[in-house]
Design a protein around this ligand. Sequence first.
Ligand code: FES
Length: 169
Amino acid sequence: MNDHSPQTDSHQDEAPSACSLNPDKPCSRRTFIKGALAGVGVLWTGMTIYPIIKYLGSSGGSEEAEQISSVSLGAPDTLAPSTAKNFKFGSQPAIIYRDAAGEFHAFSAVCTHLGCTVQYKEDKQKIYCACHGGTYEPATGKNIAGPPPKPLKALAVAVVKNEIVVSRA
Ligand code: FES
């Protein structure tokens, strides 16, 4: 007796749904392999297309951020000496620090290690990344501890008509 007769296989191929739902109609190897290949094909297609769509979507945001050349942050006295605040430079996080002498220093707030957003830690008087402990000097943006490989990207600061204006350096 031959279990692999064409008649048996073609009968089972006609009912591919029998593989998973009907125990009276066991699944043939051919049907199982077809289903498995179809599943792999769907996964492969998704894995290929998703990054492309994500890249195309994110490039629009970057273009928007690139188009913004300056941001106004209000009057200088809104930021006390030896403090800092985070703000948005277009769609990107940024940080401005006012040193003890009253000078302003602004940077991208994107950590140069893996891209987390950095914050100013007033108790340590450093810019700090909570993700892996990266630490930066707030007046220069220089990386001084932890894994960040390079300084924060600097932004230019000017006070124009009693307004803090941050622009690309
Ligand atoms: S992402 Fe900032 S230290 Fe790792």
